[in-house]
Design a binder for this molecule. Structure first.
Ligand SMILES: Cc1cc2nc3c(=O)[nH]c(=O)nc-3n(C[C@H](O)[C@H](O)[C@H](O)COP(=O)(O)OP(=O)(O)OC[C@H]3O[C@@H](n4cnc5c(N)ncnc54)[C@H](O)[C@@H]3O)c2cc1C
Length: 557
């Protein structure tokens, strides 16, 4: 290995940012605004600029927005705080900073967040989505009201203004990108972080999100008064996910799909720890239970999350209906815990064509070409009849889908793709027939049907998200569909503990001089702004908020 440190073309920068995902780019954009000089060090090729956010659905959590009001939703900071507290369940000493970040973030989401983004050209789809509906009592987990604002342009639409700002900074000589530079060490002198050291990786023609080589061709060292760790979480590294898997959830499933590219590898976290930062809440993670195998994968074990409406019937691997209130889209981690307790890694949705057409959204920019491409004609197709193109493609090509006209054929298909687990199809049939009988009245003892009817009281759900209640066995609603669902890794809710300026904190609570952490690497603020569970749309928002805080703090000096 050559050991020639590659010099920076800038004079010593004001900051080095490790990671060119959303959080790093936001920090860089703030620094550019302040006229500061930045080097952005990124292990992946330029093709992957923007990191995970590029792939994201672009859903943002906002409180009492004009979009909510236009849809007839009454929201308030108090209601959102009630929801956040019930969801987070903060209960640890180390939650002190997470709680503070949560309060600050709620103020941001109810206050300047929308105007700040709007001023940068970010716009939202007018129908606000209702994620994590909860299903417990008013102080329990979940969103009391719809708050998931889909960015016009999805993830790339969130990234666009920050990429533009940073690229303008590069054109003005304030920003230097160092792609294929992997940080392996933070340089510490007299207790302060003063730079980074690492490996220059071989050039790679990998496309966006594809894994790239790790062949080292040189060393590098860069120095600056501030280093910002913006390196993302651990979801692409299943070894780490398993190592930190919380005991309270039971053993980690044997099979996991990856909801994030391989570069979400968690390597920077112990590197920051060695430089004096405190890592907290490593056992808090956010993984989905509605993962399907991508028939057209970009990264290893690539899975896509179904963002489900509430009508599909949910069965475990052996054919038992999931307990109340584990309905689709209600309680992600509650459902995960339950599925893990069955001893199997998968579960099943059983639904109709009529449900799939209205209720299956696939999370990810590439799965929503209408919203991502701001294509009104395609969008009109989504609102019309038939399943959206990408959903239909999964129905046709996806290995997890069974489509059939009759229940016996459906069960045969389910057995064929799950040969090792006996499925109690008699029970599934009994559940479906019983549930269908409950449709004779406008009211029912079946809480899922009651929830479906309640959801349709919200205009947005009635318009595009929740199918008119109908019998699963009504041939006019068919064909029948079964989907084998896998656990999909996604987000880390713990990370480097930080104060409200995104400065990394040491174990004794003091600031580690020169070191900042933002985005998922910082547990989206404080090492765990979400506590145990998340309200959705709070991850991109956490990158915006923590990245902005770091950039402004460094710019102030
Ligand atoms: C499909 C999908 C859908 C999503 N949808 C939503 C949504 O609708 N709403 C929402 O709020 N969130 C969503 N998210 C989550 C959100 O996109 C991420 O949590 C967020 O983008 C993370 O950004 P980040 O800047 O913290 O990290 P990343 O985007 O992971 O960027 C980190 C960067 O650091 C680089 N890096 C890491 N280590 C090193 C090192 N040692 N040296 C150099 N470089 C390094 C990595 O290569 C990477 O480019 C979604 C995510 C995915 C994948």
């Amino acid at each position: 290995m050559a050991a020639t440190p590659a010099p920076s073309s800038l004079p010593e920068p004001d900051a080095i940012i490790v990671g060119a995902g959303l959080s790093g780019l936001v920090a860089a954009a703030e620094l550019v605004d302040a006229g500061k000089r930045v080097v952005i060090v990124e292990q992946e090729p330029e093709a992957s600029l923007g990191g995970q956010a590029h792939w994201s659905f672009g859903g943002l959590f906002l409180i009492d927005s004009p979009e909510q009001r236009r849809m007839g939703v009454k929201d308030s900071l108090e209601l959102a705080k009630q929801d956040w507290d019930g969801t987070a369940g903060f209960d640890r000493d180390e939650d002190e900073w997470g709680r503070r970040w949560a309060d600050a973030y709620l103020e941001f989401a109810a206050g300047e967040k929308r105007a700040w983004l709007h001023e940068k050209g970010v716009r939202f789809f007018p129908i606000v989505g209702w994620a994590e509906r909860g299903g417990y009592n008013a102080i329990g987990h979940g969103n009391s009201v719809p708050r998931f604002h889909i960015t016009w342009g999805t993830g790339p639409g969130v990234l666009a203004p920050f990429i533009a700002r940073v690229q303008a900074g590069a054109a003005a000589g304030l920003v230097e990108f160092r792609h294929r530079h992997r940080v392996d060490e933070l340089v510490v002198e007299s207790g302060a972080v003063v730079g980074v050291r690492g490996a220059v990786l071989d050039a790679d023609a990998a496309g966006r999100g594809e894994p790239s080589n790790r062949n080292v061709v040189a060393d590098f060292e860069l120095r600056a008064a501030a280093v910002v760790v913006a390196s993302g979480g651990i979801g692409g590294n299943h070894e780490l996910v398993r190592e930190f898997w919380p005991e309270r959830m039971g053993p980690a499933p044997e099979e996991l799909l990856s909801g994030v590219p391989a570069h979400v590898d968690g390597r920077m976290l112990p590197i920051a720890e060695r430089a004096g930062a405190r890592l907290v809440n490593g056992d808090r993670m956010w993984h989905y239970t509605e993962g399907i195998t991508n028939w057209d994968p970009v990264w290893p074990m690539h899975g896509i999350r179904i963002l489900p409406g509430p009508s599909s019937l949910w069965f475990d691997a052996e054919g038992r209906r999931l307990p109340v209130p584990l309905f689709p889209g209600f309680d992600t981690l509650g459902t995960l815990e339950h599925i893990v307790s069955t001893g199997h890694a998968h579960s099943w949705f059983v639904l109709t064509q009529k449900i799939i057409e209205k209720e299956f959204a696939l999370s990810g920019s590439e799965q929503n070409p209408d919203l991502t491409g701001k294509d009104l004609k395609l969008l009109a197709d989504r609102l019309g009849s038939g399943a959206p193109g990408p959903v239909e493609a999964f129905k046709q090509h996806g290995v997890d889908f069974v489509v059939a006209d009759t229940l016996p054929e459906l069960f045969e298909g389910m057995r064929a793709i799950s040969p090792d687990v006996p499925i109690d199809t008699e029970n599934i049939e009994r559940e479906i027939v019983a549930r269908d009988r409950e449709l004779d009245n406008e009211f029912s003892k079946d809480l899922q049907l009651t929830a479906v009817r309640g959801a349709r009281k919200y205009r947005g759900d009635k318009l595009i998200r929740v199918a008119t209640p109908h019998r699963i066995l009504d041939p006019k609603a068919g064909p029948l569909i079964a989907v084998k669902l896998h656990v999909l890794t996604r987000k880390s809710l713990g990370g480097i503990q930080t104060d409200l300026e995104s400065r990394a904190l040491a174990g004794d609570g003091s600031v580690v001089p020169g070191l900042y952490a933002v985005g998922e690497a910082a547990g989206f603020g404080g090492g765990g702004v979400h506590g145990y569970r998340a309200l959705e749309g709070t991850f991109l928002g956490g990158c915006l908020f923590t990245g902005r805080a770091a950039g402004r703090s460094i710019a102030r000096g």
